[in-house]
Write a protein that binds this ligand. Structure first.
Ligand code: APR
Length: 245
């Protein structure tokens, strides 16, 4: 199958990739669903919603501080690096991610759309003013916004919140113009992200899904690769090299 995928890729000019927590699993970042997923241990409604932050900002910040520390200790894996390399094979390569861990940027990817924000960024809960990033937030002494006095929150998208219009509109635009769409490490059940591969497929793109598990979108994929992305993506790069030499 890898030779077939490499052949299918070589004719493509515009590639869009959508990644989810699965691409960071081999780096040691827990996924959300599945056996060891975060939502099996923690209640999303008590930690990743505006209501939860209004009710218990300290508990929400404790959880995000724990996740920040965890993410500060991990490195990109071969899957992240392979995607950074893969960009060279296309005229246009846009990496859309649901992940807030920043590992794609650390791995050297350039044109990244962070749909759900970034865990290292902060902003005011009231006026959305950005607040210095990469700073330790004490859950029991949450800083106030210098502009309006509102509490500082992590700059991530919580359940029930709108995504940044500029980011999601560009993701849809690029997906509708793609001739190749790679769907990597996502359960493909959270919207609007999961609509992107559907848009691309309807516009005629080749859809390749890389996930050890099947998802609700597997039926529409031209290729489903049931392997960990950190193992498959570097081999795909080798297959591309072999196919052109
Ligand atoms: N390589 C590829 N895929 C993997 C790997 C791996 N090594 N390990 C796990 N997976 C797959 C799982 O089979 C699963 O389908 O990654 C997927 C992870 O799914 P989720 O945990 O649901 O994560 P994601 O799809 O990113 O969640 C979407 O939901 O909780 C919210 O905002 C959060 O961005 C997140 C969104």
């Amino acid at each position: 199958m890898i030779e077939q995928i490499a052949k299918a890729i070589i004719g493509c000019n515009r590639c869009v990739v959508l990644t989810g927590a699965g691409i960071s699993a081999e780096s040691g970042v827990p996924t959300f669903r599945g056996k060891e997923g975060l939502w099996g241990k923690f209640k999303a409604e008590e930690l990743a919603t505006m209501d939860a932050f209004v009710a218990n900002p300290d508990i929400v910040w404790e959880w995000y501080s724990w996740r920040r520390n965890l993410m500060s200790e991990v490195e990109p894996n071969p899957g992240h690096y392979a995607l950074a390399e893969l960009a060279k094979w296309f005229d246009s390569f846009v990496l859309v991610t649901q992940n807030v861990d920043g590992l794609h940027r650390t791995a050297g990817s350039k044109d990244i759309l962070e749909l759900h924000g970034n865990i290292n960024r902060n902003k005011c809960v009231k006026c959305n003013q950005p607040f210095p990033e990469h700073i330790e937030i004490d859950p029991n002494d949450i800083p106030a916004c210098p502009a309006c006095g509102g509490k500082i929150r992590p700059d991530v998208v919580w359940f029930g919140e709108m995504l940044d219009a500029g980011v999601i509109n560009r993701a849809f635009d690029e997906s509708a113009r793609a001739d190749l769409f790679l769907l990597v490490g996502t359960s493909a059940i959270v919207y609007p992200a999961a609509q992107l591969p559907v848009e691309a497929k309807h516009a005629g793109a080749t859809l390749v899904e890389i996930n050890p598990e099947e998802t609700p979108l597997t039926f529409m994929a031209d290729f489903h690769v049931g392997e960990p992305s950190g193992q498959f993506l570097p081999r795909l790069l080798q297959a591309l090299e072999a196919a052109v030499h």
